[in-house]
Write a protein of this length. Sequence first.
Length: 41
Amino acid sequence: MKVRNSLRSSKSRHRDCRIVRRKGRVYVINKTQRRFKARQG
């Protein structure tokens, strides 16, 4: 999982990427390609 300043670029890497807010942090998750995980905050 990568920690990034801006998650907009990692959202556009794959069409199944979703942005999720959990516990005050912003995550990019992807059910089909698991390697596109990222966290902000």
